[in-house]
Design a protein around this ligand. Sequence first.
Ligand SMILES: Nc1nc2c(ncn2[C@@H]2O[C@H](COP(=O)(O)OP(=O)(O)OP(=O)(O)O)[C@@H](O)[C@H]2O)c(=O)[nH]1
Ligand SMILES: [Mg+2]
Length: 863
Amino acid sequence: MNMPIQASIAAALENRRGQREHIEQLHRTWLTLSGSIDAMLGAVTDASGRLDLGESLTPEQYSVTGEPRLEKSEAEIRELRQAVGALAPDIEAINRRVHRETVNIGVIGRTQAGKSTLLRTITGLGPETIPSTDLNPTTAARSRMFHSPGRADADITLLTWPEFRDSYLEPLHRQAGRDDPVPASPDEFLHYPYTRLLEAHRGRSGDSESGLIEQKYLNRLCVAQESFDSYRDLLTGSERTLHIEQLRELRPYVAYPENDKDLRRPYHAVRDVRIYCAFPGVDVENLVLVDLPGAGEAGLDIDRQFLRDLKNEVDVLLQIKRPTEGHAFFDETDWDVLRLADAARMGVAPADFVSVVINSDPSHVTPAMLDNAAAKAREVVERNSLPLLVGNVADTAEVRADIFGPVLRGLAEHLAQMDLAAAGAVLTQARGLAERAINLADWLADMARRRGERVPDEEKALRTEAKRLRNTIAKELSDLRSEYDRQVRDAEPVPEVSDSITMARDRLMKWADGGFGAGSHRHWLALIEPAMIADPGETRDDQCTLVRQELRKEFSQVDGSLASAVGRLHQAVATILQTRLSTHLVPEGASALNALLAMAQQHRLETLSAALEELIRFPTSYGSIFLRVGRPIVRRISPRHGQIPGEHGIPAPGEPGMSAPGEDQIASRAAKVGRSLYAGARKGVTAAGTAGGHPAVVVGVAGAQVAAELAPIFAEWIWQEQITDDSADGLHEVLYKAFRQAVDRIDERMRDEAGRLTEVLAAVVDQFFDQFARSPGVEDEFARLCWPIRQVLWPATFDGRAAAVAAALRQVADAASASGEAARAVLASASSADRRAAGPRSGSAVQALGHEGLADDDVGPLD
Ligand SMILES: Nc1nc2c(ncn2[C@@H]2O[C@H](COP(=O)(O)OP(=O)(O)OP(=O)(O)O)[C@@H](O)[C@H]2O)c(=O)[nH]1
Ligand SMILES: [Mg+2]
């Protein structure tokens, strides 16, 4: 070997080292891109699941139409991911290539072509290390020979059981026609009925072609199974490497045994063999030769695994061909081999990567066969611009001159360029995919953001819902108010009060008719007559007191009916609010409104609290009807002295009758009471006037007026009835008349009051409606009140889906941004690697060569 070759190759390797940093960076960024696309796809899948428009969100939650659907991008991302994943092995391969310190030459070809023989010739190793047999396929495992002056040893890396199962058994199992799972454990494998299946095949006469192929694979499985003991420990043991001190011991690990029946087959457990030895007469450093089993030998899947190895491990491939009698020189199997080589070249020009070598093997090949083969081969290589080398692979001189020498010269000349081409092809593809990823990711991020903005947030949705709720409650309170207004228009007294007055009156009349509680008129006379004789003044006093007490007792009960009437009103309001605000805010039972008030106060909702408070307080603020209306009348049932009044005795309402002369003590006190009530009522009016006019006040005024108007104006009377004598009968007559008059008057006044109370209640509803549902900004208070129970009130809106959709879209936007960034990083590292590689490179021309780059005169361009 001459120096220029050695120096050129060393320089090319040095150049290769210079590519490391950038390619490494590309490799790293590619992994990141790949992961980020996975994440982006995950985010999109998740989001499009949630976002199945119209199904997952109510129209209130989501009102976007005509937007591009996420499914579209999902399909695009899948395609992108597939493409990015497909380029990953090439990036991996190029990364390994720039990290490889050796120039590797591989041999490929059908079995028995002379591959091992050629490598033996170059390395000077004996057949015990690189075995050949005359008739059968020999090489069973890939081995690499490192030109290592001063050494003669080997290292073996072993497969694990799962690796062996997945890379070797599984493809064979499938191709043997088995569709059940490949045996999972060593024991299962050992007991799988491959032998029985093979015998069944053999038992069939005239098995189909596919049956025959299945037999081939079953046979391999049977061999692997029968010889399992010889390598089981290698697969399952703790040692993962074997060091071979003596190269003559290597044979069983790299080759099939010479004897078919030999069950010692440890090659099954071999992942990799590295042989270290000096190649005689070779002064190129860092040279590696790769020996491979015959293509097609182990099944297509295993060929594909070779491809991965070839991409990673081989700079130049020699396709060895040995002419055989009776066979077309370049048949389909040879094309398969060439296709494999083409797929492995990774952007390197075919002429630089593959050489077709015709093994002239003079002991088996006649000159005529050789001439014919060479002619045929020339057609193939010329059409595909491949070098053709012819020589006896067993002959050292011929190999040096006609095969290995030209190969090394080609490497010396082109290796640097080949490295750049290999990197360039990958960079071009990486850049293209990165740009595609950027476009997709940017579009997706933008789309997800825009859509995310259109998913209303919960607060916004709550405001909308709260306003709607406020409107509904307003409508229903307004209906209730209309009903009370109608009662006012129809002058309907409050029925509870009206009924209660009737009942009080009936009871009183019954009581009076029954001798003022004595049982009967007769009984009363019997009781009173002696008393009248003894002390008429005191008796009159006592009887008047009795009557007053009875009047008070019975009519006071009317006040209880006011509570029922107001209770009915409260209930009506509570029912409305409970229906709309749920029992969470307005519980069942008497204290419903109090519970709501407590909640409103807790949330510091001032308007709602004030409205509720006033509504709840109304009965107490209204006070006692009896006190206002009845008491001034009752007080007048008392014997007294006074002037006889004018014709009517009692001034008409509105007349200044209270100032009539002759008022006695009691009357003036009554007047005082009346005035103080009046004054109190006035105060109320003034206060209420500023707060919207509390209706109770109006009644208060009326009550006070009644009290004031009825001031007494005569003496020696019981009210308007003049006492004429001191007899019991006389007292009865006067007392009874006064009593009846008082009952009539109180009845009348209280009924009047009951009529006004209808107005009052109507006004209470009106005021509550106004305050609770119509105060400006009250919808905000509704929103705050309802926020904690929004999921109860509006399950469709607040089931968390809107929030989940918004989050999912944010995730998509974030993942897409991350993908965009990762893709930009790829672009940046590809550009810097490109600049590093800038030179006489024709990336696109190299890339354009695929299978189409191979052409065959007979079968046309390959697909
Ligand atoms: N004399 C001679 N015999 C050769 C030559 N090439 C191949 N043979 C014969 O073919 C047999 C197989 O050659 P190998 O080199 O083992 O072929 P291979 O391509 O490695 O075959 P596998 O390992 O089975 O794929 C050898 O034992 C020889 O009998 C040659 O150039 N000269
Ligand atoms: Mg071989």
